[in-house]
Design a protein around this ligand. Structure first.
Ligand code: NAG
Length: 185
């Protein structure tokens, strides 16, 4: 009996390690899953407070980092970066429209107007909005978003049908993001 116990303990050690290892691994999985769920509900919970919860959620969710955001501040920062990355796509689309051949001056001018509006606003968000945000000057960052909204709304008045859907989504997202940012001050 005594010998058997002495022998079985070392034999059991690897088993114990494996069990411990598994517990650790599953805890980590569990923690990650919980963080994810918290992140998702944070997005939904935060976006619900805005005027456009659907556009707000779908845009934020398009960035995998959003689900790991732990608070409204983290979510806002990702939102600001998304204004730039999503807007950059639109600048490219607008640029392709501007360089199309065989379009009249009027069409060219309206497309070029949209391209500048988008480019100006997204660069302002990146180069002024983000630094203000990081320095906790939330009101200044808010103002930059307000200006971006005005610029992109201006594009929607220029009647460029190819950009209409993007304008709608961007103005809605900017409106929602302003509301979220306003929760910080
Ligand atoms: C957008 O703005 C940036 C910075 O002002 C500039 O360097 C870039 O050439 C502009 N792009 C377009 C397509 O106008």
């Amino acid at each position: 009996m005594g010998i058997k116990n002495v022998v079985s303990l070392p034999l059991c050690l690897p088993m114990i390690s494996i069990v411990l290892f598994c517990v650790l691994i599953s805890t980590q999985h569990c923690a990650a899953a919980t963080a994810n769920q918290n992140g998702e509900s944070l997005i939904k919970k935060t976006c619900k407070q805005t005027e456009f919860p659907d556009v707000c959620s779908s845009t934020l969710e398009s960035d995998p980092r959003s689900s790991n955001a732990v608070d409204v501040r983290g979510l806002s920062r990702i939102g600001l970066e998304l204004v730039f990355t999503k807007g950059e796509e639109t600048v490219k689309v607008a640029h392709d429209l501007v360089i199309q051949i065989g379009i009249g001056y009027d069409t060219w001018a309206r497309r070029a107007g949209c391209m500048s509006s988008y480019n100006l606003s997204i660069h302002n968000v990146k180069e002024k909005g983000l630094p203000n945000f990081d320095a906790k000057r939330y009101k200044d960052a808010y103002q930059i978003l307000e200006n971006a909204w005005t610029e992109i709304h201006y594009c929607s008045t220029l009647n460029v049908p190819e950009l209409a859907e993007r304008n709608t989504i961007m103005t809605k997202f900017l409106t929602a993001l302003k509301t979220i940012l306003h929760l910080l001050f």
